[in-house]
Write a protein that binds this ligand. Structure first.
Ligand code: HEC
Length: 246
């Protein structure tokens, strides 16, 4: 019995760890996976700003025809390094070099939206939460991913944010924690435009992590309806079979 309890509590451990991880506040991404134009815009941002370091190697360029792009449009606008339409979204940078440059390798992002708890909200918040921190090697830090190795690659668009701190007392120790971020130097976009750009990028990343999601949900409804009809038929059949016995 003791063993069983031990095993059960071990099995539940990841849950408690997840519950404890909810300290950072995440903003809601509010993405719409049926919005193909958003996925297309997000793909463009991804190839322009992210694929210098991150691949999405379990996704093929040709799959973007499913969100309304033609093969020619994909080739002209998204396949910056040339290649074939059926190619996967890979990059040339070697993980070993990258780890040396950034202190950590930039992970493949195909499944990132599913790996993260609250994937879309996490990504949306993360990409909007970089702030200047001279103590970090890249000159920036991030409230959602503290001490991140990634530079703020969208800084030209968003501008520069500074942290405004507040004091938090733990017994007789006071700690300075980030209260909120403040835009101190505007980028080429307004905050609303930047949020919209990030939302599109996140829509793309969620789509890539599960291209069949909408299809699966649609199918799910039909499966449930089918089971419902089957239940009624089975019930009527059962009544028919048993009617002479009672
Ligand atoms: C100059 C290289 C570089 C570029 C460009 C870049 N990243 Fe990163 N990114 C990194 C590195 C390095 C890490 C790993 C940081 C760490 O673990 O500390 C990272 C981490 C991440 C993570 C966290 C992954 C995890 O496992 O927690 C996400 C999400 C991410 N990047 C998204 C993006 C997106 C979206 C873009 C495009 C807007 C982008 N990155 C552009 C270098 C880059």
């Amino acid at each position: 019995m003791k063993k069983l309890i031990a095993i059960l509590s071990l099995a539940l451990l990841p849950l408690s760890a997840m519950a404890g991880g909810g300290e950072v506040h995440l903003d809601e991404a509010n993405i719409d996976l049926a919005n193909h134009a958003a996925i297309q815009r997000g793909a463009k941002t991804f190839v322009n700003y992210c694929m210098g370091c991150h691949s999405a190697q379990y996704f093929r360029y040709s799959k973007l025809t499913e969100v309304g792009l033609t093969e020619q449009e994909i080739k002209d606008n998204l396949m910056l390094g040339g290649g074939k339409i059926r190619d996967q979204m890979t990059i040339a940078m070697s993980p070993a070099d990258a780890a040396e440059w950034f202190g950590a390798p930039p992970p493949d992002l195909t499944l990132i939206a599913r790996v993260k708890h609250d994937g879309a909200d996490w990504l949306y918040s993360y990409l909007r939460s970089f702030y200047v921190d001279d103590s970090r090697p890249m000159g920036v830090n991030n409230t959602v991913f503290p001490n991140v190795g990634m530079p703020h690659v969208l800084a030209d668009l968003q501008g520069v944010q500074k942290a405004v701190y507040k004091e938090v007392k733990h017994g007789d120790k006071t700690e300075h924690v980030v209260d909120h971020l403040e835009l101190v130097e505007p980028g080429s976009m307004t905050p609303a435009e930047y949020d919209a750009t990030v939302r599109d990028l996140v829509t793309f990343l969620v789509h890539v992590s599960e291209p069949m999601k909408l299809e699966r949900q649609r199918l799910g409804i039909w499966v449930l309806l089918f089971l419902g009809v089957l239940f009624v038929l089975a019930y009527l059949l059962k009544k028919e079979y048993w009617k002479d016995i009672h």
